[in-house]
Design a binder for this molecule. Structure first.
Ligand SMILES: [Zn+2]
Length: 920
């Protein structure tokens, strides 16, 4: 069983449960608590700041909390009295104490609990008291035993009666104590001890009122006999004795003793011979006499005296003296730990018994003093009983308050314990989940490249505190080398080496052969940072003619498009631009950008050539749902936004104008003539394009080839103003950027960014214009995932539709339908979640960390908002994109009607414009 030593809660706001410190525990003392079986040693700080020390200690210790505060039972100061009353009232209201017996009338279960608690703490003291009283009883009874062999028959009878009265206590006590010790009957403890107290009351009162009277009577009887014989034999003494008596009351005797007595009182001396000597003289005592207040009496002197002593004097004396016996009962009753109810029952029985004896044995009298005496006895006992009952009631009440206090403390501990267990359980389940997830992660796709893992491990070793300085330096170099080299780890760094070597070391032929054949160099920036400004004489361009089908962009529309680009940034509604520009969004967006960055001049681009080129690029895009000129124009805008707006145009300080030009052109052509089918489809179906480009980045190589074919025509050659070396560089940059848009190389880019992040070598990225350009075009190409929810929803719907169209064709061709492209088994939420988890999130997260600072945050935040919407859609088990748009993205038909939602899916009309191939 639990034991509790309460500690005062520091939370004073809990009025109802706030009790004075009971048991004299100091507020600072810790609560010692044992919650039985369930608790082991532990320390808990509960929410109220109650410090509980949990330990498995013996149950008996709980009693220590029951030392009651005397100030609560007998409040000494007005403040204590006030507090006592307040606390008691609060408890009474909350638990509904019965007015008389204190029972918890509102909650019977609580009462049962309290009774069990009382039994637990009171059983031992009550049993010990019982045994002690029993022993005392045995001793007092033993005094009577010799009288059993007395010569006097009356004495023997009295002793026998006395023993009979003692018998219930002597026999019942051990028996009842044994029953109480049995767990089965412990809950009846109050009844059992009440019976025991009743036995005591019966025995004590009975033997007192009957046997004690008998004993005294016997003594008086004996003594009166002695006095009589004395008076008979020693007349002188009798005369003197009687003479003295009559002399004291001359008039009374003369007046009231009538007839049969010869009285001579004339001389003031009484001749008493006749009276004394003649014992058979008859007296008549009645109520006519002023002193006789008892029933009429006729008899000899001896009889009359006997009657007076035995019938009047002795009962009064006995009853007065024996008042102490019921009082003893009332005093020993609390030793049996009776509660208020049983104490009151005991008190009533005791009072009743005493009253019955009083009524039976008290002499009938009209004497006012004796009548008052009789009532004094009744009132004294009843009054004392009432006081004792109140005392027991009050003690009981404070025991109950103490119990409630302990209970509430236990409850707090229980709650704290439960919370602790709950937290432990949660921790356990979280740990399991984590382990499961880790295990799952091991089974699932690992997006980290082997190089990233190597660099991670090396970085960990680097951070080891015991590492030797030389080794650390060595490791630094290794990590730098690995990070810089990226995926060219197994190629010699010929270019780097040649930079170091002077002309004398290697002849020009060897050097040229080494750089062109052994190690072809990818994009390399011209040494001049802003080298674009060619000398004016070199940049003079002949004015070219517009192709007959091409129109110059009109100024009004250009201005509108310019405003939209400025105001909406990466969230531009490109379909609206397409409508404004009469289906030529690339032409208009690029024109605005060329003017904005003055590329016509800086990059020596002839205006009509530029318009011709992008007009045909616009026209060359096929009307796919997603991969159309709107997507390309959107990517162009996104690239320009990233370069000139994010982080206040930070990229403009890193890239030169040719690089910006290359990025814009790459964006515009990056999906040129996209057939709306994936690389995988082309390879699988042995499409002519796959054959032509040897299955490697088929689409991307096709976009590049078709575009450069177009540009090779004189009217479309936007590179014609460039020096050959510049053109080579720009071409390389465009090629690398477009090839980067192939999703199959996406993870390589993410991996190299992660490697840079791991080696904490941000400059490796920031110093590489090609890397920056790749990052920009990748962000832009998958940029719809970072657009505002409405636009993202629209683009998602379009790409899903394009997937389904491919699926339809695969089905028609009898091919295996690609994942997520089967219209019959649509699961768009899962499809998009996979896209986010494998492609978008790893990429945008690492870009946000390594490239941009605060300016990229709104874009990243939007990515996560959109991702969470797809998660929500999956949680709602929505599969169809239509349902997802309606229920999760809340795309309202009416709200988007102004944007002409239906027109997002372009009309399946064949392009009227010439293809790049036809042009070339
Ligand atoms: Zn694209």
């Amino acid at each position: 069983m639990p034991k509790v030593a309460p500690n005062e809660s520091s939370d004073s706001s809990e009025k109802q449960d706030k009790i004075q410190p009971l048991g004299g525990m100091s507020p600072a003392s810790r609560m010692s608590f044992s919650a039985g079986k369930m608790l082991r040693k532990a320390s808990i700080q509960d929410s109220t700041g109650l410090t509980l020390s949990l330990s498995a200690e013996p149950a008996a210790v709980r009693r220590s909390s029951l030392g009651l505060s005397t100030s609560m039972i007998y409040p000494q100061s007005p403040a204590e009295r006030h507090e006592s009353v307040k606390v008691t009232r609060a408890m009474e209201e909350k638990y509904g104490f019965n007015f008389l017996t204190n029972e918890f009338s509102i909650n019977p279960n609580l009462e049962k609990e309290y009774q069990a608690y009382c039994t637990e703490i009171n059983l031992n003291p009550a049993c010990n008291s019982s045994i002690l009283i029993w022993l005392l009883w045995i001793i007092t009874t033993l005094i009577e035993v010799p009288k059993l062999i007395s010569g006097n028959a009356d004495e023997r009878l009295t002793a026998l009666i006395s023993l009979l009265f003692a018998l219930p206590v002597l026999v019942a006590t051990p028996f009842l104590v044994m029953i109480c010790r049995n767990k089965k009957y412990q809950h009846r403890m109050q009844v059992i001890f009440c019976i025991l107290v009743h036995c005591c009351a019966f025995s004590l009162l009975g033997s007192g009122l009957i046997c004690a009277s008998q004993n005294t009577l016997q003594i008086v009887q004996r003594d009166i006999g002695g006095i009589e014989s004395l008076a008979t034999n020693m007349s002188a003494i009798s005369s003197t004795f009687c003479g003295y008596v009559v002399a004291q009351y001359p008039n009374t005797y003369t007046a009231n003793i009538t007839g049969q007595v010869n009285v001579n009182s004339q001389n003031g001396l009484l001749v008493f011979d006749n009276v004394v000597l003649n014992t058979s003289q008859i007296f008549t005592l009645n109520n006519n006499t002023s002193f006789w207040s008892y029933p009429d009496r006729i008899g000899s002197l001896q009889n009359t005296l006997w009657y007076y002593v035995a019938g009047v004097i002795l009962p009064i004396a006995q009853l007065n003296a024996n008042l102490v016996r019921p009082i003893i009962i009332l005093l020993i009753a609390p030793l049996f730990k009776l509660d208020t109810y049983y104490f009151i029952a005991t008190a009533i029985t005791t009072n009743l018994c005493y009253f019955i004896f009083l009524s039976l044995t008290f002499p009938v009298t009209s004497d006012q003093y004796l009548i008052r005496n009789k009532f004094y006895l009744v009132f004294v006992l009843a009054g004392l009983s009432a006081i004792m009952a109140l005392r027991v009631r009050q003690t009981d009440r404070f025991m109950r308050l103490n119990f409630l206090h302990i209970r509430s403390a236990e409850e707090k501990v229980r709650i704290a314990q439960e919370q602790k267990e709950q937290i432990q359980n949660e921790n356990r389940s979280l740990k399991r989940m984590l382990e499961a997830q880790t295990a799952h992660g091991k089974d699932a796709l690992d997006l980290d490249s082997p190089m990233a893992k190597v660099i991670t491990d090396l970085t960990k070793i680097q951070q080891s505190p015991n590492l030797d300085a030389g080794l650390q330096q060595h490791l630094n170099e290794i990590v730098t080398l690995l990070t810089k080299q990226g995926h060219n780890l197994f190629a010699p760094d010929i270019h780097e080496q040649l930079k170091m070597k002077r002309e004398v070391d290697l002849d020009a032929d060897t050097k040229g052969w080494a750089t062109t054949v052994l190690a072809s160099k990818s994009y390399q920036r011209n040494n001049n940072r802003r080298s674009s400004t060619q000398s004016d004489e070199e940049s003079i361009q002949p004015v070219m003619m517009l192709r007959p089908e091409v129109r110059l962009p009109d100024e009004a529309t250009l201005s509108k498009v310019n405003d939209m680009m400025k105001n909406d940034g990466w969230n531009i509604d490109i379909h609206a631009v397409a409508e404004l520009s009469n289906g030529k969004p690339i032409s208009y967006v690029t024109y605005v950008i060329f003017e904005r960055h003055n590329m016509f001049s800086f990059c020596s681009v002839e205006k009509h050539t530029m318009v011709n080129f992008f007009w045909f690029i616009d026209a060359g895009y096929l009307p796919n749902p997603y991969h159309n000129n709107c997507h390309a124009a959107d990517v162009v805008n996104y690239v320009e936004f990233m370069i000139s707006t994010v982080d206040n145009g930070f990229f403009l300080t890193l890239l030169n104008i040719q690089e910006v030009f290359a990025a814009i052109v790459a964006a515009a052509i990056h999906d040129f003539r996209h057939p709306g089918k994936s690389n995988n489809f082309l390879v699988k179906s042995q499409h002519t394009l796959a054959v032509k480009y040897s299955d490697s980045s088929v689409l991307e190589r096709m976009h590049l080839a078709e575009s450069f074919f177009l540009a090779s025509e004189r009217d479309f050659n936007i590179f014609s103003g460039m020096k050959p070396k510049q053109y080579t560089e720009v071409r390389k940059a465009i090629i690398e950027m477009v090839l980067t848009t192939d999703l199959s190389v996406h993870l390589q880019l993410v991996g190299s960014l992660k490697a840079a992040l791991l080696s904490q070598n941000r400059n490796d990225v920031m110093d590489s214009p090609m890397m920056l350009m790749k990052i920009i075009i990748k962000c832009a190409d998958v940029g719809h995932s970072s657009k505002c929810t409405q636009l993202h929803a629209r683009w998602s719907e379009l790409i899903i539709e394009e997937f389904f169209l491919q699926g339809d064709e695969e089905k028609a061709l009898g091919m295996e339908i690609s994942p997520f492209m089967n219209r019959a088994f649509e699961n768009s939420a899962k499809n998009q979640l996979g896209f986010f988890e494998f492609i978008i999130l790893p990429f945008f997260d690492v870009v946000a960390e390594i490239v941009f600072t605060p300016g990229f945050k709104p874009i990243l935040d939007q990515v996560h908002i959109n991702y969470n919407l797809w998660k929500k859609a999956e949680a709602m088990q929505l599969k169809s994109i239509k349902d997802i748009l309606d229920q999760v993205f809340n795309v309202d038909e009416h709200a988007t009607s102004s944007m002409n939602r239906i027109s997002f899916l372009p009309k399946q009309s064949s392009p009227s414009s010439p293809t790049a191939s036809s042009v070339s």
